[in-house]
Design a protein around this ligand. Structure first.
Ligand code: GLU
Length: 289
Protein backbone atom coordinates (compact mmCIF):
# COMPACT_ATOMS: atom_id res chain seq x y z
CA UNK A 1 0.00 0.00 0.00
CA UNK A 2 1.28 3.46 -0.89
CA UNK A 3 1.84 5.37 2.37
CA UNK A 4 -0.34 8.40 2.97
CA UNK A 5 1.11 10.95 3.45
CA UNK A 6 4.00 9.97 1.20
CA UNK A 7 7.13 11.54 2.66
CA UNK A 8 10.32 10.44 0.98
CA UNK A 9 13.91 11.62 0.90
CA UNK A 10 16.98 11.78 -1.28
CA UNK A 11 20.06 11.11 0.85
CA UNK A 12 23.27 11.55 -1.15
CA UNK A 13 26.74 11.30 0.41
CA UNK A 14 28.99 14.17 -0.72
CA UNK A 15 31.87 11.76 -1.28
CA UNK A 16 31.76 12.01 -5.06
CA UNK A 17 29.82 13.81 -7.75
CA UNK A 18 26.25 12.76 -8.49
CA UNK A 19 25.73 10.85 -11.72
CA UNK A 20 22.67 9.80 -13.69
CA UNK A 21 22.05 6.89 -11.31
CA UNK A 22 21.63 9.30 -8.41
CA UNK A 23 19.43 11.52 -10.56
CA UNK A 24 17.25 8.50 -11.39
CA UNK A 25 16.67 7.82 -7.69
CA UNK A 26 16.06 11.49 -6.95
CA UNK A 27 13.59 11.90 -9.82
CA UNK A 28 11.70 8.76 -8.78
CA UNK A 29 11.19 9.98 -5.21
CA UNK A 30 10.41 13.51 -6.36
CA UNK A 31 7.78 12.30 -8.86
CA UNK A 32 6.16 10.00 -6.26
CA UNK A 33 5.88 12.95 -3.88
CA UNK A 34 4.55 15.32 -6.58
CA UNK A 35 1.97 12.79 -7.72
CA UNK A 36 0.58 12.21 -4.23
CA UNK A 37 0.89 15.77 -2.90
CA UNK A 38 3.50 14.37 -0.52
CA UNK A 39 6.96 15.63 0.37
CA UNK A 40 10.40 15.07 -1.12
CA UNK A 41 13.13 15.87 1.40
CA UNK A 42 16.87 16.25 0.99
CA UNK A 43 19.38 14.86 3.49
CA UNK A 44 23.11 15.34 3.11
CA UNK A 45 24.81 12.20 4.47
CA UNK A 46 28.18 13.73 5.27
CA UNK A 47 28.84 11.72 8.39
CA UNK A 48 31.94 10.02 7.07
CA UNK A 49 34.22 13.08 7.42
CA UNK A 50 37.21 11.20 5.99
CA UNK A 51 35.46 10.61 2.65
CA UNK A 52 33.59 13.90 2.26
CA UNK A 53 35.11 16.04 -0.50
CA UNK A 54 35.09 19.86 -0.45
CA UNK A 55 32.62 21.45 -2.82
CA UNK A 56 30.47 18.37 -3.25
CA UNK A 57 27.59 19.60 -1.09
CA UNK A 58 27.40 22.76 -3.21
CA UNK A 59 27.54 20.58 -6.33
CA UNK A 60 24.59 18.48 -5.07
CA UNK A 61 22.49 21.62 -4.65
CA UNK A 62 23.52 22.90 -8.10
CA UNK A 63 22.79 19.49 -9.70
CA UNK A 64 19.32 19.27 -8.16
CA UNK A 65 18.50 22.86 -9.14
CA UNK A 66 19.66 22.08 -12.70
CA UNK A 67 17.33 19.06 -12.78
CA UNK A 68 14.50 21.27 -11.50
CA UNK A 69 14.09 19.30 -8.28
CA UNK A 70 13.30 21.52 -5.29
CA UNK A 71 13.26 19.85 -1.87
CA UNK A 72 10.21 20.35 0.32
CA UNK A 73 11.19 21.64 3.73
CA UNK A 74 14.58 22.31 5.26
CA UNK A 75 17.67 20.35 4.19
CA UNK A 76 18.98 18.01 6.90
CA UNK A 77 22.76 17.72 7.25
CA UNK A 78 24.02 14.77 9.24
CA UNK A 79 27.22 16.43 10.46
CA UNK A 80 25.00 18.92 12.33
CA UNK A 81 23.13 16.17 14.15
CA UNK A 82 25.87 14.31 15.99
CA UNK A 83 24.32 14.85 19.48
CA UNK A 84 21.15 13.02 18.32
CA UNK A 85 23.16 10.00 17.17
CA UNK A 86 25.38 10.05 20.29
CA UNK A 87 22.31 10.13 22.55
CA UNK A 88 20.93 7.01 20.83
CA UNK A 89 24.29 5.26 21.17
CA UNK A 90 24.47 6.24 24.86
CA UNK A 91 21.05 4.68 25.46
CA UNK A 92 22.22 1.46 23.84
CA UNK A 93 25.37 1.53 25.99
CA UNK A 94 23.29 2.02 29.13
CA UNK A 95 21.13 -0.95 28.11
CA UNK A 96 24.29 -3.02 27.42
CA UNK A 97 23.15 -3.67 23.88
CA UNK A 98 26.44 -2.49 22.35
CA UNK A 99 29.94 -3.60 23.22
CA UNK A 100 33.41 -2.18 22.55
CA UNK A 101 35.44 -3.89 19.84
CA UNK A 102 39.14 -3.35 19.27
CA UNK A 103 39.45 -5.74 16.30
CA UNK A 104 41.26 -4.60 13.18
CA UNK A 105 40.05 -5.52 9.70
CA UNK A 106 42.87 -8.08 9.53
CA UNK A 107 41.77 -9.68 12.86
CA UNK A 108 38.24 -10.06 11.50
CA UNK A 109 39.36 -11.46 8.15
CA UNK A 110 41.60 -14.00 9.92
CA UNK A 111 38.93 -15.10 12.38
CA UNK A 112 36.28 -15.58 9.72
CA UNK A 113 36.39 -18.56 7.42
CA UNK A 114 38.01 -17.82 4.06
CA UNK A 115 35.68 -15.50 2.16
CA UNK A 116 35.44 -15.52 -1.61
CA UNK A 117 36.79 -12.47 -3.37
CA UNK A 118 34.47 -9.49 -2.94
CA UNK A 119 32.32 -11.16 -0.25
CA UNK A 120 31.53 -9.27 2.91
CA UNK A 121 33.31 -10.83 5.86
CA UNK A 122 30.79 -11.31 8.65
CA UNK A 123 32.14 -10.24 12.04
CA UNK A 124 32.54 -13.44 14.06
CA UNK A 125 31.73 -11.85 17.44
CA UNK A 126 35.31 -11.90 18.79
CA UNK A 127 34.80 -9.08 21.33
CA UNK A 128 31.24 -9.96 22.37
CA UNK A 129 31.14 -10.74 26.08
CA UNK A 130 34.80 -9.75 26.60
CA UNK A 131 35.60 -7.51 29.54
CA UNK A 132 39.25 -6.90 28.67
CA UNK A 133 38.85 -4.62 25.63
CA UNK A 134 41.22 -1.68 26.16
CA UNK A 135 38.93 1.35 26.32
CA UNK A 136 41.89 3.74 26.30
CA UNK A 137 42.80 2.54 22.78
CA UNK A 138 40.64 3.25 19.73
CA UNK A 139 37.62 0.96 19.71
CA UNK A 140 34.39 0.62 17.78
CA UNK A 141 30.94 -0.04 19.28
CA UNK A 142 29.06 -3.01 17.91
CA UNK A 143 25.44 -3.92 18.41
CA UNK A 144 24.97 -7.23 20.24
CA UNK A 145 22.30 -8.55 17.90
CA UNK A 146 21.45 -11.62 19.98
CA UNK A 147 20.98 -9.48 23.10
CA UNK A 148 18.32 -7.38 21.36
CA UNK A 149 15.94 -10.37 21.46
CA UNK A 150 14.61 -9.27 18.05
CA UNK A 151 14.08 -11.52 15.05
CA UNK A 152 17.07 -11.75 12.70
CA UNK A 153 14.74 -12.62 9.84
CA UNK A 154 13.09 -9.30 9.05
CA UNK A 155 10.34 -8.52 6.59
CA UNK A 156 9.25 -5.36 4.88
CA UNK A 157 6.88 -4.19 2.24
CA UNK A 158 8.75 -3.27 -0.90
CA UNK A 159 6.41 -1.29 -3.11
CA UNK A 160 8.26 -2.50 -6.22
CA UNK A 161 8.90 -6.12 -5.30
CA UNK A 162 6.13 -6.92 -2.79
CA UNK A 163 6.75 -8.52 0.62
CA UNK A 164 10.48 -9.07 1.14
CA UNK A 165 12.54 -10.78 3.81
CA UNK A 166 16.21 -10.78 4.72
CA UNK A 167 18.55 -11.29 7.64
CA UNK A 168 19.68 -8.47 9.89
CA UNK A 169 22.83 -10.39 10.84
CA UNK A 170 24.26 -10.59 7.30
CA UNK A 171 27.50 -8.97 8.51
CA UNK A 172 27.52 -10.27 12.09
CA UNK A 173 27.17 -7.74 14.93
CA UNK A 174 27.22 -4.39 13.08
CA UNK A 175 29.43 -1.44 13.97
CA UNK A 176 27.26 1.48 15.15
CA UNK A 177 30.19 3.76 15.98
CA UNK A 178 33.57 3.39 14.32
CA UNK A 179 37.01 3.43 15.91
CA UNK A 180 37.49 7.03 14.77
CA UNK A 181 34.26 7.97 16.58
CA UNK A 182 32.14 8.37 13.43
CA UNK A 183 28.57 7.10 13.75
CA UNK A 184 27.76 4.37 11.24
CA UNK A 185 25.43 5.00 8.32
CA UNK A 186 22.89 2.43 9.57
CA UNK A 187 22.25 4.19 12.86
CA UNK A 188 22.22 7.74 11.48
CA UNK A 189 19.97 6.69 8.59
CA UNK A 190 17.21 5.15 10.71
CA UNK A 191 17.28 7.99 13.24
CA UNK A 192 17.02 10.59 10.50
CA UNK A 193 14.33 8.76 8.54
CA UNK A 194 12.26 8.79 11.73
CA UNK A 195 13.11 12.40 12.62
CA UNK A 196 12.11 13.49 9.10
CA UNK A 197 8.87 11.44 9.36
CA UNK A 198 9.84 9.52 6.22
CA UNK A 199 7.10 7.06 5.22
CA UNK A 200 8.70 5.75 2.00
CA UNK A 201 12.40 5.12 1.44
CA UNK A 202 13.24 5.21 -2.27
CA UNK A 203 16.76 3.96 -2.99
CA UNK A 204 18.78 1.65 -5.20
CA UNK A 205 18.64 -2.11 -4.83
CA UNK A 206 22.33 -2.10 -3.84
CA UNK A 207 21.18 -0.83 -0.45
CA UNK A 208 18.46 -3.47 0.04
CA UNK A 209 20.92 -5.72 1.89
CA UNK A 210 20.97 -3.15 4.70
CA UNK A 211 17.18 -2.98 5.03
CA UNK A 212 16.69 -5.95 7.42
CA UNK A 213 19.20 -4.34 9.77
CA UNK A 214 17.40 -1.01 9.45
CA UNK A 215 14.12 -2.73 10.36
CA UNK A 216 15.73 -4.26 13.42
CA UNK A 217 17.19 -0.91 14.50
CA UNK A 218 13.80 0.78 14.01
CA UNK A 219 12.18 -1.81 16.28
CA UNK A 220 14.99 -1.60 18.85
CA UNK A 221 14.80 2.19 19.03
CA UNK A 222 11.00 2.36 18.88
CA UNK A 223 10.98 4.22 15.55
CA UNK A 224 8.21 4.21 12.96
CA UNK A 225 8.87 1.69 10.15
CA UNK A 226 8.65 3.22 6.66
CA UNK A 227 7.79 1.35 3.47
CA UNK A 228 10.55 0.83 0.90
CA UNK A 229 10.96 1.05 -2.82
CA UNK A 230 14.30 -0.40 -3.94
CA UNK A 231 14.78 0.26 -7.63
CA UNK A 232 17.08 -1.45 -10.12
CA UNK A 233 20.26 0.51 -10.77
CA UNK A 234 20.60 2.48 -13.93
CA UNK A 235 23.13 0.90 -16.29
CA UNK A 236 25.13 2.25 -19.20
CA UNK A 237 24.69 1.09 -22.79
CA UNK A 238 26.91 -1.94 -22.20
CA UNK A 239 24.97 -2.98 -19.12
CA UNK A 240 27.56 -1.82 -16.55
CA UNK A 241 26.46 -0.14 -13.36
CA UNK A 242 27.12 3.60 -13.35
CA UNK A 243 29.91 4.19 -10.89
CA UNK A 244 31.06 7.40 -9.28
CA UNK A 245 34.38 7.05 -11.05
CA UNK A 246 32.69 7.15 -14.46
CA UNK A 247 33.56 10.86 -14.60
CA UNK A 248 31.97 11.55 -17.96
CA UNK A 249 28.51 10.67 -16.62
CA UNK A 250 28.49 13.09 -13.67
CA UNK A 251 25.74 15.66 -13.58
CA UNK A 252 28.36 18.38 -13.01
CA UNK A 253 29.95 17.52 -16.35
CA UNK A 254 26.60 17.47 -18.17
CA UNK A 255 25.68 20.77 -16.54
CA UNK A 256 29.00 22.38 -17.51
CA UNK A 257 28.54 21.12 -21.07
CA UNK A 258 25.28 23.10 -21.29
CA UNK A 259 22.98 20.06 -21.39
CA UNK A 260 19.32 20.57 -20.50
CA UNK A 261 18.62 19.41 -16.92
CA UNK A 262 14.84 19.49 -17.38
CA UNK A 263 15.16 17.24 -20.43
CA UNK A 264 17.21 14.74 -18.41
CA UNK A 265 14.60 14.86 -15.63
CA UNK A 266 11.82 14.11 -18.11
CA UNK A 267 13.77 11.27 -19.67
CA UNK A 268 14.56 9.71 -16.26
CA UNK A 269 10.93 10.11 -15.29
CA UNK A 270 9.84 8.23 -18.41
CA UNK A 271 12.23 5.44 -17.42
CA UNK A 272 10.98 5.26 -13.85
CA UNK A 273 7.26 5.62 -14.61
CA UNK A 274 6.63 1.87 -15.23
CA UNK A 275 8.19 0.95 -11.88
CA UNK A 276 6.26 3.69 -10.09
CA UNK A 277 3.04 2.49 -11.74
CA UNK A 278 3.75 -1.07 -10.52
CA UNK A 279 4.35 0.41 -7.07
CA UNK A 280 0.83 1.91 -7.17
CA UNK A 281 1.91 5.43 -8.10
CA UNK A 282 0.95 6.04 -11.76
CA UNK A 283 2.51 9.33 -12.78
CA UNK A 284 0.17 11.79 -14.48
CA UNK A 285 1.11 13.96 -17.43
CA UNK A 286 1.18 17.13 -15.30
CA UNK A 287 4.12 15.70 -13.30
CA UNK A 288 5.87 14.41 -16.41
CA UNK A 289 6.42 17.87 -17.92
N1 GLU B 1 23.91 8.05 1.46
C1 GLU B 1 23.65 6.81 0.78
C2 GLU B 1 24.33 6.81 -0.56
O1 GLU B 1 24.61 7.88 -1.10
C3 GLU B 1 22.19 6.54 0.56
C4 GLU B 1 21.52 6.08 1.79
C5 GLU B 1 20.04 5.73 1.69
O2 GLU B 1 19.36 6.14 0.73
O3 GLU B 1 19.58 5.09 2.61
O4 GLU B 1 24.61 5.75 -1.07
Amino acid sequence: MVPDPLITRFAPSPTGHLHRGHAFSAVMGWAAARETAGQWLLRIEDIDAERVRPGHVEAIHADLAWLGLVPDGPVVTQSERLPLYDAALDRLKADRLVYPCGCTRADIAMAASAPHAGETVAYPGTCRGRSDVDLSAPHAWRLDLAATGLAMEQTWLDLAAGPKAGRADFGGDPVLARKDGAIAYHLACVLDDAAQSVTLVVRGEDLAEATPLHRLLQQLLGLAEPAYLHHALLRDASGNRLAKRAGAATLAVLRAAGEDGAALRRSLLRQSAPLLARAGIPISDSVKI
